[in-house]
Design a protein around this ligand. Sequence first.
Ligand code: C5P
Length: 348
Amino acid sequence: MLSAVGPPVTVRVPAKINLHLAVGDLRPDGYHDLVTVFQALNLFDEISVVSTHTGRGPVDRIGPGAPGIELLGDVTDAQRADVPLDASNLAWKAAVALAEVAGREPDVRIGLRKSIPVAGGMAGGSADAAGTLLALAALWRLDLGREALMEVAAGVGSDVAFALHGGTALGTGRGENLVPVLSRHTFHWVVALQDHGLSTPAVFGELDRLRATSAADTPVKRVGSVEPVLEAVASGEARSLALLLGNDLQAAAVSMDPGLRRTLRAGVTAGALAGVVSGSGPTCVFLCADGPSAVRVAAELSGAGVCRTVRVAHGPVPGAKVIDGDPARPPRGPGGPPAPDPGPNMYA
Ligand code: C5P
């Protein structure tokens, strides 16, 4: 099939954090209703897809032949251990779901170049699924609107739609119903990564357990209402937002990983305005007054021995974006579109 012959399509997808995460009771379908405010940060995974119908053997960096998934770039031991390369990977589930919609086989190879922590509460797996959807829509030249792609995304996982959407958004339902949030201002964050992950279902389960076993007169604290958070985001005032950061899953993540309490304290001691566990953890994020302050906090926190490594980040940033190989666009170079901004995660 000559039309499928071509270079890989590469998509860049941001990590997310939750500025606010209110968790309702367990639903009969095993999920919890959420009210959450997502923000996309400039930590990116890159997802490349190539058709296995090229008949040309090895193609660029994605490697030869058979349909499947592989890790690209400097692969860490944790990634090797924790990223499944079989049909259980959310990126593969996304490929299968989109192939079904397109009425074709998932005859593709998917390359993941990961910077988002694995099992870190920053939706790395969901980002890979979102990137796969966008990359395959381009590779297969599907005439799908954004809305239709968002619908497929929502069926693949709770955070996949936001990874496509990016920016700042209010999420309800499982987190897949999104409304954009007005946010013209940049917020500066320090992200503290751990050397281990926490399982999202296990953290939700621990919250259910804590709530069921807490005494009636000392219920597990719940975050307040979301409106002030939306106002603080719109105002761009980091100090106002810092007072309102909240995550119902934090108590559960800290119960499973008590060392996180020390991490959260250390960030504030280092000069952050506030810190919160990101999603189901164990990554903690710290809101800082401005960019230079974030650099100072990161330097101090990295010496405090409370996390594996730290990153300075900012948000909001746009959602999944094709950065290379879109067959619908002219190639880069003279006369073509300019090369994308070379962020830290681009191909060398
Ligand atoms: O949808 P996703 O695959 O990301 O969810 C992973 C797990 O996290 C679910 O199986 C469920 O245990 C838990 N979860 C939940 N409520 C949500 C989202 C996720 O209980 N709104």
